[in-house]
Design a protein around this ligand. Sequence first.
Ligand SMILES: NC(=O)c1ccc[n+]([C@@H]2O[C@H](COP(=O)([O-])OP(=O)(O)OC[C@H]3O[C@@H](n4cnc5c(N)ncnc54)[C@H](OP(=O)(O)O)[C@@H]3O)[C@@H](O)[C@H]2O)c1
Length: 305
Amino acid sequence: MTEKRVIITGARGLLGQKIVEVFKRESEYELMPCVLEDGVEGYFSLDITDHHKVMDAVSSFKPSVIVNAAAYTDVDNAEVEKELAYKVNATAVGYLAEAANVFNAKLVHISTDYVFDGQKGNYSEESKPEPINYYGKSKLAGENLVRAKVQDYAILRTQVLYGFASDVKKNFALWVIDKLSKGENIRVVDDQIGNPTLADELAFAILKVCQRKSVGLYHVSGFETISRYEFANRIAEEFGLDYSSIKAIKSDELSQHARRPKDSSFICLKAQAELGINMPSVKDSLSLMKQQMKRAGAVELQNKN
Ligand SMILES: NC(=O)c1ccc[n+]([C@@H]2O[C@H](COP(=O)([O-])OP(=O)(O)OC[C@H]3O[C@@H](n4cnc5c(N)ncnc54)[C@H](OP(=O)(O)O)[C@@H]3O)[C@@H](O)[C@H]2O)c1
C-alpha cells in the first residue's frame, strides 16, 4: 500500500483535531500534525507565518498533501489586530501555497462564508465574494493567494462550524451548552441565518477531497438553513436544556466590533455531486456531538438518554 504523507496545520484547533482523527482511521496516511506552540507532545511546532519554517517543514517531510486548518479566527478582534489577521489568514497561506507548488504537494485550504456580504443568501461557488468585515477580507485574500500560487489546490468554504474537541475555543454550540447548563440566560440573534456545520463532517469532506484528488473551490456546510436563535433552540432540545432561557434579539442589539452577514447560506450541490458527501441533519449532528461529550464526561447532561 502506498503511504501518503499529510501535513496538517492548526492540528489542535477544532477542525484540526477532527482532521487528524479522520485521517488516522485510514491506514495509508502518515501524518505530520503541526501546532503553533513549541514542545507539545506528539505535535510538530510550525508557525505558518514563518516562511523559512514552512519551506523547511515541507521540504523535509515531503507531503503529498498539506491541509491548512490554521487560521486567525477571532472575527471581532480581527477588526483591531488587522496586521496579525492578514499575516495568518493571507500572507502565511501564500507561503503554504508556494511550498506546495515547489515541492509538488496538494494544498487543501479552509475558508469561510464571511467572504460574502449576506445580502442574498444561497451562495454558490460562482457567487461574487463581497466581505463586510476584516476577517472575511483576510480570508478572501488567502483564497486568492492559493489560486495564484498553486495549481493542485482545493478550497473548502464552510460556516457556523461547531463540535466537541478538547481544549478548543468555545464554538457557538459549546457556548450555548455551557451557559444553559449553568442556568444562565442567553441572548441570541434571530436575524443571522446560515448552515451549521459539524466539524467532524467537514473533516470527512476533506478526506474525500484527498481521496478523489478533487481540485477547485467547494462550499461544504450542513444543508439546513436556520437562524442562530433556532440553532440555539435545537441545541437546547438535543441536550435536554431549558430553552426558555434563550431570548431572541436582533444583531443591532449586540455591540459586536465586526459586522456579520445576515444570510450567508450556501448551495453545496457541487460538493455533493463531486465529493459524494451527504451532510446529516442538525439533529443527527448534534446527537453525535452529544455522544462524544458523554463519552468524554465533558458535560452533565440533564436528559440521560
Ligand atoms: N469557526 C467557524 O465558525 C468557522 C466558520 C467558517 C470557516 N472557518 C474556518 O475553518 C478553519 C478552522 O477553524 P476552527 O474553528 O477549527 O478554528 P480554531 O479552533 O480557532 O483553530 C485554528 C487553529 O489555528 C492555530 N493558529 C493560529 N495562528 C497560527 C499560526 N500562525 N501558525 C500555526 N497555527 C496557528 C490556532 O492555534 P492557537 O489556538 O494556539 O492560536 C488554532 O489551533 C479556519 O480556516 C476558519 O477560518 C471557521
